[in-house]
Design a protein around this ligand. Sequence first.
Ligand code: MRU
Length: 341
Amino acid sequence: MKQIKTLFFKNRKLYILNQKLLPNKIQYVVCKKSKDIIYAIKNMIIRGAPAIGIAAAFGIAIASKEKNFNSFSQQKKYIIKTAKKLLETRPTAVNLKWAVERMLSKLKQYAESCLSITDLQNQLLAEAKKVLQEDIITNRKIAKNGVKLLKKNSVVLTHCNAGALACGGVGTALGIIIEAYHRKRIKMVYVDETRPYLQGARITTLELKLKGVPFTLITDNMAGYIMKTEKIDAIIVGADRIAKNGDTANKIGTYTLAVLAEAHKIPFYVAAPTSTIDKNIKTAKEVPIEERSIQEVVKISGIKIAPDGIKVRHPAFDITPSKLITAIITEKGIFRYPYRF
Ligand code: MRU
């Protein structure tokens, strides 16, 4: 098996790969209702900024069909209510907001042209499918652009999972790495395990294994030692939200890597679609950082690893200041500091 699908739409249902079960089981959650998609995003059955945006777009399309609406205004009200719930699921990844707003702007556009309830349903489903198709194309362009930054036989390090399972297509950071491997520009990939959810250990290694790319798994706190003792040519990560000045929110631990990269003079690259750039915010000060359940920190695979009743923090993302980012790779090209998108 070369690639596992993150999600697909069939017979009025969205099938979402349950990423919580990876790498041990390949199982899809069948989402018949928008509430199933809301649950899947909130509980990280699906994760990764572009992927949750795509799932949310289908959530809106499904919401427009899941009740016997008596009028167009009743249907519209219900869609808006669902959109609000979707937006509350995961606050940091702006792709979710981007996709929901895109669907709502279609709703507004079609509402003005007085379509029937069924017409609107069809149009929203077509739009959600378009969001997915566009991500596939965007991923490929990011990979093509990013490859140019890597020299022959590079050793790179990546964090979390910014691969196919975080997107609709080949992925962002991992899409570049896999494409570069095919062009003989990758010798080895160091994969951070990415505590506490272990997206690196569970998901990135699985993707690289399926693609036959040589990799070595390390725990997050080994990264500095590896940078000091091995020759690392580049660090490539994904992004959940990029401010207008290039400040980047990504999985917790990314900032630590960027500081270490600067200390060891290693280029630090961020790969993301332009839908991850939040043109409404000047700097990352305005990015809401998701705080997740402390249960995800005090337990590993359901097993308690810390005593009861202790103080625990779980910010799921951190901010890397734009000055520490060598380049941001998008489908529209490569941007460098000072960032002007
Ligand atoms: O909490 P997650 O797993 O959704 O976080 C994922 C990341 O931080 C990724 O790096 C980011 O979403 C980019 S995915 C192409």
